[in-house]
Design a protein around this ligand. Structure first.
Ligand code: XMP
Length: 517
């Protein structure tokens, strides 16, 4: 396994994903973690990430002794390379103009890292690579024992190597896809230089995870709040494979789900996979609790609280449950741990079961804790979950309650469900579903006038929202084809009596959020 030391680059998680794609297990630790954790990690190799700081600054993040003491191959990327250069006796200078974007480097094939890796060859027979650069500082003198490995017209030292000690540095970012040969370069480091195999595959991950869960829980029963979302679905399938009927899932239908969603979840898990699922039909309880409330945050709180109540009641009916399973994934763990605070144990708040484990004296099982979302999806497919549920858009815990502006109304919910279903099924039919990151309909409590064949209609408005985003922190509205929007709009107004018109949301995030509430 490989250790990635994080110096704060926006690309650190990407490095980890690329390493995993190469079939090698890795973990990210903050650079200032307790050095004992670095030594005890027993890495086959260490990657130092990039970072926003300058190594020339007085309080800049440093290279822990434990890294070189481990005597395994090291690859420094960007800040990581500068740090290696400075720590080993080279020099780094700041104050150069920021270089950002594509660069063409001349690769020196004398080192194991770049040998025979090139995009093309120039007239003099030198290998050239298109790479992605993003840096201000640069290495101006190599440390003793290092050879020049790559250079660009502007950056004379864009890569360095000490083949003897297996220490490498690259100023460019092999982890981003703009660096065409990036995955090959990382693969070279992982497989040839560090000697790692490619055993990190969905089949092996499932094999190891099921063995671990069996050992962890023994004959005990495990409870899971199944929402139908990707993470909890994969946990359900994985635990079912590991412990069969010892897994009990509780699926709460709060009346705020999408069209036929409850039946779909039961079909997939209970009928198709044979998972033990208890369906709780709590629609009326949720509607009653939400009656008269129009504030978005208050609605969220009511739903969260009631969910715990309902889930708790179901759990109390079951005897000898000792564990609670959760779909926590690796980005949740990294993000909540943050740099330098170590690994905090997180409970995913939107699972709405925070507080439950302590209250019910349950121990946690989190079989996806080490996995990235794309790995979770691959596992889901391998475990036999349908493609639609594995690649489905995210759906908020409070469900349609935050897509019906103002007071929640059961009739409006029915209207919204049908409109949403028309939009989503048309997206699927047009092959557009996978091209947008999230899409849904919103019910607006505003009446507008319309004309239909036989008269006047005075009814609410449906807004359509579709966004493209990587991280859901920023998003651009999806530029869906006019003909497509036209078709969806016609269908909604024609097929649903309670809708007078359809509008399309053309706001980005920021300033607008993805949801309307
Ligand atoms: P916003 O609206 O904040 O949404 O731009 C970003 C992402 O978060 C989802 N979202 C929620 N998910 N509980 C959830 O589980 C919530 O209360 C909630 N609010 C927003 C939203 O669907 C989008 O994917």
């Amino acid at each position: 396994r490989i250790l990635i030391l994080d110096y704060g680059s926006q690309y650190t998680q990407l490095i980890a994903r690329r390493v995993r794609e190469a079939g090698v297990y890795c973990e990210i630790l903050p650079w200032d973690v307790d050095p004992a954790m670095i030594s005890n990690f027993n890495a086959r190799g260490v990657i130092l990430s990039g970072g926003p700081e300058s190594v020339t600054a007085s309080n800049a993040p440093t290279l822990p002794q434990a890294v070189l003491a481990a005597d395994v191959p090291v690859l420094g990327i960007c800040y990581g390379m500068q740090l290696l250069a400075q720590s080993l006796g080279g020099t780094v200078e700041g104050g150069h103009t920021q270089e950002f974007g594509y660069a063409e480097i001349r690769a020196r094939g004398h080192t194991a890292l770049l040998r025979d890796i090139e995009d093309r060859v120039n007239d003099e027979g030198h290998g050239l690579l298109d790479v992605w650069m993003s840096h201000g500082d640069r290495v101006t003198a190599l440390p003793d024992g290092f050879k020049l490995m790559a250079s660009t017209a502007d950056v004379p030292i864009a890569g360095m190597a000490d083949a003897e000690r297996n220490i490498y540095g690259v100023q460019f970012h092999p982890e981003v896809t703009h660096t065409a040969q990036g995955q090959r370069i990382l693969g070279r480091f992982l497989h040839d230089i560090c000697g790692c195999g490619s055993a990190w595959t969905p089949g092996n991950i499932i094999h190891d995870a099921t063995a671990r869960v069996r050992e962890q829980v023994g004959q005990d029963k495990v409870l899971l709040a199944l929402s139908g979302g990707v993470d909890s679905s994969v946990v359900a399938a994985l635990l079912h494979k590991a412990i069969g009927d010892q897994l009990v899932c509780v699926f709460v239908d709060n009346g705020l789900l999408r069209l036929n969603e409850g039946d779909q979840v039961m079909k997939t898990f209970a009928d198709h996979l044979g998972v033990n699922v208890i369906r709780v039909n709590a629609q009326e309880r949720f509607m009653a609790a939400l009656a008269g409330e129009s504030d978005p945050e208050a609605k969220r709180k009511i739903i969260g609280r009631l969910f715990i109540e309902v889930f708790d009641e179901e759990a109390a009916k079951l005897s000898d449950v000792k564990w609670l399973a959760q779909g926590t994934i690796y980005p949740d763990v990294i993000e909540s741990a943050g740099a330098s605070t170590g690994k905090a144990h997180v409970i995913k708040s939107h699972h709405n079961v925070g507080g439950l484990p302590e209250q019910m004296k349950l121990k946690l099982v989190e079989p996806l804790r080490e996995l990235f979302k794309d790995e979770v999806r691959r596992l889901g497919l391998e475990l036999g979950l349908p493609r639609e549920s594995v690649f489905r858009h995210p759906f908020p815990g409070p469900g349609l309650a935050v897509r019906m502006l103002g007071e929640v109304d059961p009739q409006a919910a029915d209207t919204l469900r049908v409109a949403d279903d028309i939009f989503i099924s048309e997206l699927r039919a047009a092959g557009l579903y996978d091209q947008v990151s999230q899409a849904f309909a919103v019910w607006l409590p505003v009446k507008s006038v319309g004309v239909t064949g036989d008269g006047r209609r005075y009814a609410p408005v449906i807004a359509l929202r579709a966004v493209e985003t990587i991280d859901f922190m920023t998003a651009r509205w999806a530029h869906l084809p006019y003909e497509f929007l036209d078709k969806v709009s016609r269908r909604i107004v024609n097929e649903i009596e309670g809708v007078s018109r359809v509008v399309y949301d053309v706001s980005g995030k920021p300033p607008a959020t993805i949801e309307w509430e």
